[in-house]
Design a protein. Structure first.
Lengths: 253, 157
């Protein structure tokens, strides 16, 4: 079907088709015709019903044969009639610039989306190598980075790409839970180490000052830093969760 | 002075526990994707990475009984360099990067009254060396080895 419609586009017959369906809602027609000239290349859209009139070529993934932009055509777009997947930032960019971003950006989103499994496995492999190293030593590897920070970064990519694959039905929930837990734990352990170092540094600065109240202030700094680390961990975990699940809101399948 | 390596703190135990747990989950993730063959390769690469981390960062000081890579722990940051222990002296030489960041060589004379403390860090091989003397207190993160213990024993205080 995708090939068929692509052929029809090349033959130049799609514009009138979209125009015919667009007259009833001019505002959406404007956007739709913009897509038509830019990147609405795979499916036909009927603005009067807010639905595509051709089946989504990726219906096996999206589970929605005709829905346009998650049934939210006013606030979301689907420039080329395909699932933008987890990396729907391309669609958001298109929205934000009112069509100023070309299809190349949207296509880039699709390329990244297609490369997700490779990125995921690569990040997972790097995370395993670095986390094994982090268990053995905390010394810096290169440029002030430790194995722990590399493991946390690669673990984060593993977690995000794992959730992306899950969102698209390319990975089951159990695997994703393992990805996210591994990545999050790597990050938390690095955060914990960083805060432990900072708290210790503040405490030592107090001890070194020779002040009469230094032990009390050092104790207070220690408690303060510990409290801060707890709050930061909570905030980072919350932000992590919001960041992951916020992506679903703009998914333009 | 404490010549024995003291046990790691509760915080360090938590970090180590989290790291082992993270490592376990990440390995499980790799296996669940059906790439079982990647695991031994990853372990081998992990060992190579450890050897890379523990490489000599700069030339060891002349006459050193022991020398090894060590990070200077300063104000919550780590600066990479090379720690050398000689008779009555402890020298930490910064790498070019650390030098660019404004950290200079540290040369501590171990004299009577100096205090030297060794404690384990948040990873299996970590040893945190704390030396206090007339020039102030310095903390270095290095790695455990039998020769380190012998070199510390040979330091005169």
């Amino acid at each position: 079907m995708k090939t068929l419609f692509n052929k029809r586009i090349r033959q130049g017959r799609y514009t009138s088709e979209i125009d015919r369906h667009a007259w009833s809602t001019p505002s959406i027609w404007m956007r739709t015709t913009t897509f038509a000239s830019a990147c609405s290349i795979n499916r036909y859209y009927d603005p009067s019903t807010g639905q595509f009139i051709s089946v989504d070529p990726l219906v096996a993934v999206t589970g929605q044969p005709f829905a346009y932009a998650n049934d939210n055509p006013v606030n979301a777009i689907d420039p080329n009639g395909l699932d933008c997947g987890f990396f729907s930032f391309a669609c958001s960019a298109y929205d934000a610039t009112a069509g100023g971003v070309t299809t190349a950006v949207v296509d880039a989103g699709h390329v990244v989306n297609a490369a997700l499994p490779v990125i995921h496995t690569l990040a997972n492999s790097i995370a395993v190598v670095a986390s094994l190293c982090a268990v053995v030593t905390s010394e810096t590897v290169i440029g002030g980075n430790t194995c722990g920070t590399i493991a946390a970064a690669a673990g984060g990519v593993t977690a995000v790409t794992g959730v992306a694959l899950y969102a698209e039905g390319r990975e089951n929930g159990g695997n994703t839970a393992v990805d996210v837990t591994g990545g999050a734990l790597g990050g938390v352990s690095s955060l914990f180490e960083g805060f432990a170092n900072s708290a210790r540094a503040l405490q030592e600065a107090e001890f070194d000052s020779g002040n009469l109240w230094a032990p009390v202030r050092a104790w207070a700094w220690g408690k303060f830093a510990s409290g801060l680390s707890g709050i930061s961990r909570f905030l980072s975990a919350t932000a992590f969760g919001i960041g992951l699940f916020g992506e679903f809101g703009s998914n333009c399948s | 002075m404490t010549r024995n390596i003291t046990v790691r703190t509760t915080r360090s135990w938590i970090v180590l526990f989290l790291r082992v747990l993270a490592c376990g989950f990440l390995i499980a993730a790799l296996i669940l994707h059906g790439d079982l063959r990647l695991v031994p390769i990853a372990i081998a690469l992990g060992c190579v990475l450890v050897l890379f981390v523990l490489r000599d960062r700069t030339q060891p000081s002349a006459g050193a009984d022991w020398s090894g890579s060590a990070d200077l722990l300063l104000k919550g940051k780590k600066f990479s360099g090379q720690l050398s222990l000689a008779k009555g002296r402890m020298i930490w030489s910064p790498t070019d990067r650390s030098h660019r960041l404004g950290v200079d060589e540290i040369n501590v004379n171990i004299v009577a009254g100096s205090e030297l403390k060794l404690e384990t860090g948040p990873a299996l091989l970590d040893v945190i060396v704390t030396v206090s003397g007339t020039a102030g207190k310095h903390r270095f993160l290095t790695h455990r080895s039998s020769s380190l213990k012998r070199a510390v024993d040979h330091l005169e205080m």
